[in-house]
Write a protein that binds this ligand. Sequence first.
Ligand code: FAD
Length: 422
Amino acid sequence: MHICVLGAGVIGVTSAYRLLEAGHQVTLVDAAALPGSETSLGNGAQLSYSYVAPLADPSVWSHWPEYLFGADSPLTLRPKMDPAQWRWLLKFLAACNTKRVRQTTVDLLRLAFFSREQLQQLTQAVPLDFQYRSAGKLVMYGDAKGLDSARKQIAFQAEHGCQQQIIDAARCVEIEPALANAKRDWAGGVYTASEEAGDCALFCRQLVGAMSQQSGFRFAHSQRIHQLEMRNGALTAVHAGQEQIDADAFVLALGSASADFARRAGFSLPLYPLKGYSITVPLIDSANQAAAPQVSITDLAKKIVYARLGERLRVAGRVELVGMDRSIPAAAIDELKRGVSELFPGCGDLSDSASLSPWSGFRPATPSGVPLIGATPVKNLYLNVGHGSLGWTLAHGSATLLTQLIAGRATAIDASPFSFSA
Ligand SMILES: Cc1cc2nc3c(=O)[nH]c(=O)nc-3n(C[C@H](O)[C@H](O)[C@H](O)COP(=O)(O)OP(=O)(O)OC[C@H]3O[C@@H](n4cnc5c(N)ncnc54)[C@H](O)[C@@H]3O)c2cc1C
């Protein structure tokens, strides 16, 4: 079959790889010149297989005033006259209950572990250099109460295959010596040795480079999709830039732009863009490099994540429900810079924000945090969307699952939690 994959973020690129591997002819289309140029560009870089608990959590109920009015809240809601925002919020709140969160966590852990296997298999088949590292992850807790409540989650996740340890602050420093210079105290942490990290955009670019050597693959770059051709309940072509691309089947992987495409194809997707920011600190000399962490870190008190990418440190944070506002306010970048100078002083020169590649991106999020993979009401259009805060982590398993669903074969893991119902 000729399959056209719409969107060359990490979800579209991995989908294209698995479909090509399965013997299909694949055209990958994107508005940008290079793959991985939108949300897959500056994300937190963590392959976070054991930290998949969704944002929709019962604790959200007690934090509303902070989200709406708190100047320093890591989650900000700016209510808009936008029915899509309100519809999404109502479904999000409905998902904020313990039973649903537990089920979502189990479904996502299964997909995440499958993803880890698939990434390992892929990198054995296609050698790629994307600053991959398997140095583990430490989630730091500011107070003993938070750390204590993590115990329950860890016991629950242990039943589903996670191996995580609760450790005190001194042990955190043994695991990550760069924390010895931190200018702040914390209570302790949760350490997961099996977590990984890597540069998501570099991965996308290298994988597209490798696929481009194969005859059945074409990357139609710099082609913005602006029109759809439908006939008898099927999508027959998309118009992208000056091109008309006909195909037997299409995969929708346009990240946050997928909701708009779906609307034009006649159905509604429960997706909302959750905005976040990052900076990338160049670790110029050996003193900077020694002061930066090797282990991936999540600072829960500030909701900032850190990942080492060779001689750079990626620092990401914030969740904002503000629509597709692409601005990068200085305050958001200053918050990330403050986080770095408190936890890892001396790891880089933070004075010039422009040298830190300030970035904003939009997590394509479903209300429950569960991605949508598989069939749509349009008979030859398939979904691979809605990976929210975990697209880099879940991409590899999602792509294989999608390919198995398109083939009508038995799937490696239960695909039903990810199916779309209109
Ligand atoms: C601050 C932040 C930190 C994050 N940290 C992590 C992390 O540590 N670990 C993790 O697993 N995930 C993380 N994520 C989430 C992850 O980055 C996303 O889930 C993932 O990148 C989504 O990939 P995607 O392919 O669906 O979307 P995108 O990467 O946005 O790709 C969509 C593509 O569609 C293209 N496109 C859109 N409209 C059109 C059009 N009309 N025509 C043609 N092309 C079009 C775009 O150019 C883009 O290339 C983070 C996200 C943010 C914002």
